[in-house]
Design a protein around this ligand. Sequence first.
Ligand code: FES
Length: 336
Amino acid sequence: MNHIIASVAAHSAAVKEFQIRRKDGAPLPDWQPGAHIVLRFTAADGSTFENHYSLVGAPGAAHVYRIAVQREEHGKGGSRCLHDEFGPGSEVEMSGPFNSFPLQAPAPLPAAKDAAAASRAAAEAKAAAPRVLLIAGGIGITPLVSMAHALAAQQRPFELHYLARSADRLVLLDELRALPHATIWLHVSQEGRRADLEALLGTHRAGDSFYACGPAALLQSLADTGARLGWPAAAMHVESFGPRAQQDDAPLTVELSLSQMTIEVAPGTPILEALIAADVFVSYECKRGECGSCYTPVLEGQPLHRDVCLTPAMRSAGMCTCVSWAAAPGRLVLEL
Ligand code: FES
């Protein structure tokens, strides 16, 4: 184990912040907004876990990394283990930071002929500044906190929309409210303030972009609503969590038409992982249904789509094997 937990603090009944540092006290690598780390740790009963956590706080140089972990009662056990068994001095194995959810730089101003033209262009750009929206569903707030810090440091105004079922699920609000250039909207469904995604996104204007993190269903609704309102795919940046391969899925038989193989995939195992284990040549990148790299044509069977990146046309002809499954009777023929 190369790192230890430096401190733990509760942000709510279900969310704890863990600060992590190197065992030797040396500085950690600089990190960028949207970055995450991979933590490996072992429970008292010997179970091992490998989980991804977004880094929280102001990006850049660091001696400690902050993560906020929501205790998932019905998850695989990693969050319960961290909450119940890990405290200051506990050892963890850490790798990263990695970044598959980067904050894009603003579009540059066109070159101006002279200083007066440059200041006119800057004033016009400010008046028509593109909107930057940060949209969080529940604990999906974590990568957006670092984006909020970065936007504030760059003096780029932004809107933060924070969606949660109840107010006690909103965390890190004091830190967010202290940031300049932020307009914060809370959408708490139990208080009758459910987010209206159409109103929230509005019609797309040149340069507008959003960054969203939350359950796959929220991200899919945002993508569908954005597409209806003219948002180009390149302006919609998402990072998902939530339904992946699930233990209560039906068993699945996957037949590969080109390599003439049949693979039985156990519930809870991503199809992509079963393909990799069987030495099938496959492409992939995010393994979270966000990039489309694992897209595979489906020749027979009915996929159960759980990605957040495919268009309806793509879904009618194929699937993302990293997150999607099959509707009953649990048989797919893939063009692989
Ligand atoms: S690997 Fe990115 S969508 Fe499957």
